[in-house]
Every structure is written in structure tokens, then in C-alpha cells.
Design a protein around this ligand. Structure first.
Ligand code: AMP
Length: 154
């Protein structure tokens, strides 16, 4: 991730401290950003690096009290990457509509829902769609490689 210069220090809430969330939280902490990570399972915080300098909040992020504990009101970005599309959508909608947070990103496993929520102004990432694009790129490279090799031997 690029260390971009920002006007004011960001305050990012990462929801879900799984493989993706923990990596994201570690990276943001490493570049000196304020970061809070929420997970309903306190054992998940073991994935954070020993140098993690942010705050952890244990609880179900679909509960308003938990989001308030994480001080969602002062967040500049909310990234919801639990393994539940419903939770990610709910958190993203709350962040956008109730707290007017500009940068809101949700991971959605279901590609059909991804299109719908993008229309509501919520940035979404869908692992299946990203994987499809990468596979397509690889297949194109393989095809081109094969054509070039054939050309050389003709
Ligand atoms: P992964 O599947 O590795 O991306 O991990 C997803 C993480 O999201 C796990 O650590 C779960 O405990 C966490 N998680 C799932 N649902 C919720 C929720 N409602 N609130 C907070 N964390 C959650």
C-alpha cells in the first residue's frame, strides 16, 4: 500500500480481523495511521503483528454499541471485511448514511450483490470478481505467449 500524504491523519476502522482484515490493520498501523480493528472473536487479534499500534474492540459489529465503542463517529474510513456479506453491507450502510463517512468499503462474496451496493455509493470488492479478472489476464498472457512461440518456430 502506498504511503500517501494526507491533509489530516486518518482514523480507519477495520471490521473483521481475519486474514484480510489483520493484514490491512497491520499495514495501516505500520504507516502510522490511527486504526481500530473490530472482531467478534477476541482470538482473531492474534493475527495482528506484535508491532500493531492500533486499538482492538471485541464485539459484533452489527451492534451499534460496538461501533460506538470503536468511535465510528470520528472515523475517516470504514472497511468492512468480515466473512458475512450481510454484516459488511449493514456496517457500510450505517457508516455512509448515519455517520456520513466518505470512504466506505465492503467486501462482498456474492457478485450479484456487489453491483447493487456499488449503485448506492458503497465501494465494494468481490474476491470472486477480482480472481476472475486475474485469471482472465493470465489466460490472455498464456495465449499471447503461445502465439509468439508459434510465430518464432514458423
Ligand atoms: P476471514 O474469513 O479470515 O476473512 O475472517 C473474517 C473475520 O470476521 C473473522 O475473524 C470473524 O470472527 C469476523 N467476523 C464475522 N462476523 C463478524 C461480526 N458480525 N462482527 C465482528 N467480526 C465478525
Amino acid at each position: 500500500m502506498k504511503n500517501r500524504r494526507r491533509k489530516r491523519k486518518s482514523y480507519t476502522i477495520v471490521v473483521g480481523c481475519g486474514r484480510l482484515g489483520a493484514n490491512l490493520a497491520n499495514t495501516l498501523s505500520d504507516i502510522g495511521e490511527n486504526v481500530v480493528v473490530i472482531d467478534k472473536n477476541s482470538g482473531a487479534f492474534r493475527k495482528l503483528s506484535p508491532s500493531f499500534g492500533g486499538i482492538t474492540v471485541t464485539g459484533d459489529a452489527s451492534e451499534m454499541a460496538v461501533l460506538n465503542n470503536a468511535e465510528i463517529g470520528k472515523a475517516t474510513a470504514v472497511i468492512s471485511v468480515t466473512n458475512s456479506d450481510n454484516t459488511n453491507i449493514m456496517v457500510a450502510q450505517l457508516a455512509k448514511e448515519m455517520f456520513n463517512i466518505k470512504q466506505v468499503i465492503a467486501r462482498l462474496y456474492d457478485p450479484e450483490r456487489e453491483c447493487v451496493y456499488r449503485e448506492f455509493g458503497i465501494e465494494t470488492i468481490c474476491p470472486a470478481v477480482l480472481s476472475m479478472k486475474e485469471i482472465d489476464k493470465l489466460l490472455t498472457t498464456i495465449d499471447l505467449g503461445a502465439l509468439e512461440t508459434e510465430g518464432e518456430t514458423v
